[in-house]
Design a protein around this ligand. Structure first.
Ligand SMILES: *[C@@H]1O[C@H](CO)[C@@H](O)[C@H](O)[C@H]1NC(C)=O
Length: 405
């Protein structure tokens, strides 16, 4: 049993080394020209499928994602980019090398169904080559980078541009996603695309069609914005497929022969300021003195006067109101005194009348405070006392001498 296992292990190691050795791909590319490498899911699918299943004629179409990096580095070289839109799409490595050299790229494919991984090695050797002196960049508004990178589409785009440039000797220098250059992520709706920049170069000078881009008339039209329909130079529209049509206003020409030499680096001095000329430090004159009196009046005196006036006004209102209350109290007292006076008179009159009646005893029920159920007689109240007010509405809340109701 153990022997069998070790056999299986040995076999798998052999297969793995065989696969790894077979998975190393070497490419040689010129510096300054566009490079694309398509990561075909089919190729990796073969790595994932056991041989027995392959012989059984079963084919899988697994979702896959890729991880690419320079060997022993966490990321790709600066010039190389990777893109894959969806796990069911192929991936692309693309970019334009800027300097000669060798890059070893590790490509890991992860099967999203079984979570197996496969590793391929891509060795890219960039060789020095002369830069193409005349370059032009075009913007394809209705494109996405993955849709342009397949070689067949690159050829279509190139053919249109060859006609526009009026030369066969044309090479693609760069293709880049508009999002990498400050473009906006489009709405997730049909008819909205990220946009792709395509840069081509040639040994031949720009055609007349291309030179129209540099005219003042064209630039004015483009500056006017979307409102003005930009007139495409007559006979210069060569796009067969609408999505390959260029945006004229974003076309740029680069004449590398006219490149000005880089300005000489600034000369570094000794670091010590030169003596003479300036002499001693001359402090700047102090500013003219300012009169702060108006400011003082506005910020201090005026609010103060206002505050005093308000204070006085408030005090007057307070004292005036109190006076009014006192006067009203006095008048109420007078009225009450008058009432007391008349009450006395009336009470005397009633007493006299009562004395006249007392000879005949009045029935009990006519007496005040007679309880008709118990027959009890409450002691008569001093109803004639001047302390009970006859008019309760006149009762004064400030005086304690009167009983509360
Ligand atoms: C190609 O385009 C990308 C994205 O704009 C840029 O970073 C890169 O420098 C370009 N390469 C060349 C050689 O122009």
């Amino acid at each position: 049993m153990a022997g069998c296992r070790s056999w299986v292990f040995l076999l798998s190691v052999c297969v793995a080394t065989f696969l790894e050795a077979g998975a190393e791909i070497k490419v040689t590319i010129p510096v300054g020209k566009f490079f694309t490498y398509e990561l075909l899911r089919e190729t990796f699918q073969n790595d994932f499928e056991p041989l027995s299943k392959l012989y059984a004629g079963r084919l899988y179409d697994d979702p896959m994602i890729f991880k690419c990096n320079r060997q022993n580095f966490p990321d790709l070289p600066e010039w190389l980019r990777f893109t894959q839109r969806h796990p069911y799409d192929n991936g692309f490595l693309y970019g334009t090398p800027t300097s000669p050299g060798k890059s070893i790229i590790e490509i890991y494919a992860i099967n999203k169904r079984s979570y197996e991984a496969a590793r391929h090695i891509l060795v890219i050797k960039a060789t020095a080559e002369k830069m193409l002196p005349f370059q032009a960049e075009f913007f394809l508004k209705l494109r996405e980078i993955e849709k342009v990178l397949p070689p067949s589409v690159q050829d279509e785009v190139k053919q249109d541009l060859q006609k526009l440039w009026d030369t066969e000797a044309l090479d693609i220098v760069n293709i880049s996603n508009a999002l990498d250059r400050g473009g906006r992520v489009p709405l997730p709706l049909a008819g909205h695309f990220e946009g792709v920049y395509v840069k081509v170069g040639s040994e031949q000078y720009f055609s007349d069609c291309l030179m129209r881009v540099t005219t003042e008339e064209h630039q004015k039209q483009c500056a006017a914005g979307d409102k003005v329909k930009v007139k495409v130079p007559g006979g210069c529209n060569f796009c067969n497929i609408p999505s390959n049509c260029i945006t004229w206003c974003k076309t740029e020409l680069f004449d590398l022969t006219k490149r000005e030499p880089a300005p000489p680096p600034p000369a570094v001095g000794s670091g010590i300021l030169e003596d003479g000329g300036g002499g001693d430090f001359d402090p700047p004159e102090s500013p003219p003195s300012r009169d702060f009196f108006p400011d003082y009046i506005v910020t201090v005196i005026v609010p103060l006067v206002l505050a005093i006036v308000l204070c006085l006004l408030l005090a007057y209102i307070m004292f005036g109101r109190r006076e009014g209350v006192a006067k009203r109290n006095a008048r109420t007292n007078q009225i009450q005194l008058y009432h007391h006076h008349t009450i006395h008179g009336n009470a005397d009159e009633l007493r006299n009348m009562a004395a006249a009646e007392r000879a005949a005893r009045p029935p009990l029920s006519t007496l005040p405070m007679f309880n008709c159920r118990t027959g009890e007689r409450a002691p008569p109240l001093q109803s004639d006392s001047p302390r009970i007010p006859l008019i309760l509405a006149q009762h004064d809340p400030y005086s304690d001498t009167l009983p509360r109701k």
